[in-house]
Design a binder for this molecule. Structure first.
Ligand SMILES: Nc1ncnc2c1ncn2[C@@H]1O[C@H](COP(=O)(O)OP(=O)(O)OP(=O)(O)O)[C@@H](O)[C@H]1O
Ligand SMILES: [Mg+2]
Length: 151
């Protein structure tokens, strides 16, 4: 089995930061590309017509502002991650229920491997795996590596 495409689902937690670091290592080893995907837990059902005005007086639609902030959060996460520049990395934001949306991504893009954190933002210490990680482990058609974050 060749590993050419790796999916890294991230929720911007330290756990997902550890997952991305491990995925970068696999990508170097196998010469694979990395797809970093964040799924918005709550889809932004905001009508296009809702406008906001910034303190500087600039008017724009609220939905556009939410999207720009989400993109900013992803870029900041990737900046901190410092993935080596020789690795082909793409990122995207999707909305929907996280686990099923990620399973849809696996089907659509035919990744060969998934790398996730064992815990995310909720970080429930008493469970072995968070619910998103557990669903992926159970239902993914391809191997899933879970990465425990230090501490
Ligand atoms: N919304 C999401 N989009 C993309 N990846 C996610 C998302 N939520 C979690 N993940 C991935 O799953 C890993 C584990 O997070 P998970 O949500 O399963 O655990 P948790 O937040 O500790 O507990 P729970 O959410 O079940 O209360 C994260 O490190 C990340 O890799
Ligand atoms: Mg979570």
């Amino acid at each position: 089995m060749a590993i050419e495409k790796i999916l890294v689902p991230v929720d911007y937690s330290v756990g997902s930061q550890a997952a991305l670091a491990a995925a970068a290592m696999f990508a170097e080893t196998f010469g694979a590309s990395v797809d970093v995907v964040h799924v918005w837990d709550r889809p932004p059902y905001v009508p296009d017509t809702v406008m906001v005005t910034s303190p500087a007086g600039e008017r724009r639609s609220l939905i556009e502002l939410i999207r720009a902030n989400a993109e900013q959060e992803m870029l900041e996460f990737l900046r901190v991650a410092k993935v080596p520049g020789n690795i082909t990395l793409t990122h995207r934001l999707l909305s929907g229920e996280p686990a099923s949306t990620l399973l849809g991504e696996l089907e659509r893009h035919q990744h060969d491997l998934v790398v996730v954190g064992t815990h995310g933002r909720a970080g429930l210490a008493h469970v072995l795996l968070g619910s998103v990680a557990e669903k992926l482990v159970r239902l993914s058609p391809v191997p899933v590596v879970t990465v425990r974050c230090p501490g």
